[in-house]
Design a protein around this ligand. Structure first.
Ligand SMILES: Cc1ncc(COP(=O)(O)O)c(C=O)c1O
Length: 336
């Protein structure tokens, strides 16, 4: 695998970071994880914006790099179309002190890996979660809106979930209100309303969450953002979790008890369909734009590019045997 490290692409075997990098020593850094569907980056602008915000929040200057080109090169050099990509930005090497003062140049790592979809049964039957004892760190301690390279708060919660055989941990904030999953945002449905913890509850504002908010708004689904107690989730009709890699995953069990019927609900399934359409539209729009520009260039050379089937078209129509094979493994599909 080719990896972009600081100023060039190197082979994975040569992609090493200093042991004095403050990202390694202190978790001092920020990152983004994004998806490419058939070579098209989903919500790229939003991911780059969030990376800039995270970097700014920790006082790290985002290097002036052509991130889109680098992400594209990371895909092309590794011959990928369906990928999960990560940009990591760390404080860089420095003295043995958490002070960032002596760190002269940040470390930048960009890589693209083949996307492994979560197991199909997650969508057919839903995920199980536990309410973690670990609380989400309050904004006054470390703002959860920063997509920080320091994941220990979330790792502690995830360990609790995995010890109890659940896939995800739901963290409460320090006031005992629902915040978010260890790698996901939380939604639940009661009657005709969809509820989700607001920014005030102390969450990472997921890019997928924002897409769901927009989809709900555009499709007449009433969405309420606020601060909610765990009882609201326990008595919900349906629930689901969102992140870049899972997209929208039904949540059907909390602390071993069924949420609603214990099966993925109607509203969740509707939003999953709407999300798939949104991805397809974004891929189509971007592919058409790319095709047009290639056609314009190609016309002078007399070439005519072929249109490939988009991943969403192939994956969701069950055509892609490669995707099915990858799905077999019981990976979590995690991407952070
Ligand atoms: C704590 C936390 N909340 C929410 C999310 C979902 O964010 P996104 O939809 O941008 O992937 C993540 C993703 O890793 C996360 O780590």
């Amino acid at each position: 695998m080719w990896i972009y490290l600081n100023d060039r692409f190197v082979r994975e075997e040569k992609a090493f970071v200093s042991v004095f990098d403050h990202g390694f020593l202190y978790g001092d850094g920020a990152f983004e994880t994004l998806r490419a569907y058939d070579g098209v980056f989903f919500s790229l602008r939003e991911h780059l914006e969030r990376l800039k915000d995270s970097a700014r929040a920790i006082g790290l200057l985002l290097p002036a790099l052509p991130f889109e080109d680098l992400l594209r090169n990371a895909m092309q050099k590794n011959s990928l179309h369906e990928a999960i990509l990560r940009i990591t930005l760390s404080r860089g090497p420095g003295p043995l002190s958490p002070s960032p003062r002596g760190c002269r140049s940040p470390t930048v790592v960009i890589f693209a890996r083949p996307f492994h979809p979560p197991p199909r049964r997650w969508y057919a039957r839903g995920l199980s979660a536990v309410l973690a004892r670990t609380r989400r760190n309050p904004a006054e301690a470390l703002d959860p809106r920063i997509k920080s390279a320091n994941f220990l708060n979330l790792i502690m919660a995830r360990r609790e979930a995995e010890r109890l055989g659940a896939q995800e941990a739901i963290l409460l904030n320090t006031s005992g209100e629902l915040a978010e999953g260890s790698t996901s945002n939380l939604f639940f449905v009661k009657g005709k309303n969809v509820y989700t913890p607001s920014r005030k509850a102390g969450i990472l504002e997921g890019i997928t969450r924002n897409v769901v908010l927009t989809l709900a708004r555009e499709n007449g689904i009433r969405l309420v953002e606020g601060c909610f107690r765990p009882a609201a989730l326990r008595s919900a009709d349906e629930a689901f979790l969102t992140n870049t890699s899972w997209e929208i995953a039904p949540l059907t069990r909390l602390d071993r008890a069924a949420i609603g019927t214990g099966r993925p609900g109607e509203v969740t399934r509707r939003l999953i369909r709407l999300f798939q359409v949104k991805v397809r539209e974004e891929v189509r729009a971007s592919s058409t734009a790319r095709l047009n520009s290639v056609m314009l260039k190609g016309r002078s050379r007399g070439t005519r590019p072929e249109r490939r089937m988009t991943s969403s078209e192939s994956e969701w129509s069950g055509i892609s045997p490669g995707a099915e094979k990858r799905r077999r493994s019981d990976r979590t599909g995690d991407s952070p």
